[in-house]
Design a protein around this ligand. Structure first.
Ligand code: NAD
Length: 251
C-alpha cells in the first residue's frame, strides 16, 4: 500500500491498463495521487480497471498501440480531456504468440513485433512530442521489457527479440530526451502471474518458480511498485536504466 502521494496530480497514461501488470500499475499510480488514463484495445478490461481505481479524474480510452493513427487519436483525446499532456507514460501493452523458431510463422513474428516494439515506439514518440510541444517541465516514460529479452527463451523468438528492441529503444530515447528533462527507463520483469502467464503450462511455471532465488513467481504488484518509483521524482537521476524485477531469476 502506498505510504505517500508521490504523484499527486500527475497525469499518467498506461497502455495495456486493462489487464494484469498494467492494471496493477494503474491502481498503484492512482494510489499515489496520479490521474490515470487507462488505454487498451480491450475496452471491457479497461473499464473494469477504471471501476477498481481510487477516486480521481481517471478515464478509460481505446487504443491499438500498433497503429499510428490510433495512438495519435489517443494522445489528442488526452490533451482535449485534460488540457495538458501526460507527464508519466507506461508502455505495458504486449502480446505473446509463442512458437519454436523452426515453426514460427512470419505472421506471428510480425504481430508480436508490431504490438510490443512498434507500439512502444509509437506511444513513446507521440507522448514525447506532446511533452516537448507543451514546454512541460519534464516527464517519465517507463517501458515494459522482459528479462527474456536479455537471455532468450524457448518458443519466444519473436517475443524475446521484441523485448530486446524495447530496451534499446528506451536507452536511445533516454539519450535524446534528456535535454527536455524527460526520462525513459525499462522494467524487465521475470515471470509474473497474469493472464499472459496463465497461458503457460503449469509444469513450465513450476520449473521457473523453482529457479527463482526468492522462491516464488512475481505478482503484478511487484512490478507496479517499481513502476511508481520510476514515475516519481524519487528516481529523478535515473534514465536509460533497465530494472530487473525477477526475484533474482537469471542473475
Ligand atoms: P496481459 O495479457 O495480462 O496484459 C496485456 C494487455 O495489453 C491486455 O490488456 C491487452 O488487451 C493489451 N494489448 C494487447 N495488444 C494491444 C494493442 N495492440 N493495443 C493496446 N493494448 C493491447 O499481460 P501482462 O502479463 O500484464 O503483461 C503486461 C506487459 O508486461 C507486457 O508488455 C508483457 O510483455 C510484459 N511482461 C510480462 C511478463 C509476465 O510474466 N507476465 C514478464 C515480462 C514482461
Amino acid at each position: 500500500m502506498a505510504a505517500h502521494l508521490r504523484l499527486r496530480g500527475a497525469l499518467s497514461l498506461v497502455t495495456g491498463g486493462g489487464s494484469g501488470i498494467g492494471r496493477a500499475i494503474c491502481v498503484r499510480l492512482a494510489q499515489e495521487g496520479a490521474v490515470v488514463a487507462i488505454a487498451d484495445c480491450d475496452e471491457v478490461g479497461a473499464a473494469k480497471t477504471l471501476q477498481g481505481l481510487p477516486p480521481g479524474d481517471h478515464e478509460a480510452l481505446p487504443v491499438d498501440v500498433g497503429c499510428a493513427k490510433s495512438v495519435g487519436d489517443l494522445v489528442a483525446r488526452i490533451q482535449a480531456r485534460y488540457s495538458r499532456p501526460a507527464t508519466v507514460c507506461v508502455n505495458c501493452a504486449g502480446i505473446t504468440m509463442d512458437e519454436f523458431l523452426l515453426k514460427q510463422s512470419e505472421e506471428a513474428f510480425d504481430a508480436v513485433l508490431r504490438v510490443n516494439l512498434k507500439g512502444t515506439f509509437l506511444v513513446t514518440q507521440a507522448v514525447a512530442r506532446a511533452l516537448v510541444a507543451s514546454n512541460a517541465p519534464g516527464g517519465s516514460i517507463i517501458n515494459m521489457g522482459s528479462v527474456v529479452g536479455k537471455v532468450g527463451n524457448l518458443g519466444q523468438v519473436n517475443y524475446a527479440a521484441s523485448k530486446a528492441g524495447v530496451e534499446a529503444l528506451s536507452k536511445t530515447a533516454a539519450k535524446e530526451l534528456a535535454r527536455y528533462n524527460i526520462r525513459c527507463n525499462t522494467i524487465l520483469p521475470g515471470f509474473i502471474r497474469s493472464p499472459m502467464t496463465d497461458k503457460v503450462p503449469q509444469k513450465v511455471l513450476d520449473k521457473f518458480a523453482a529457479m527463482v532465488p526468492l522462491g516464488r513467481l512475481g505478482e503484478p504488484e511487484d512490478v507496479a511498485d517499481v513502476c511508481a518509483f520510476l514515475a516519481s521524482e524519487d528516481s529523478r537521476y535515473i534514465t536509460g536504466a533497465s530494472v530487473e524485477v525477477t526475484g533474482g531469476l537469471f542473475i
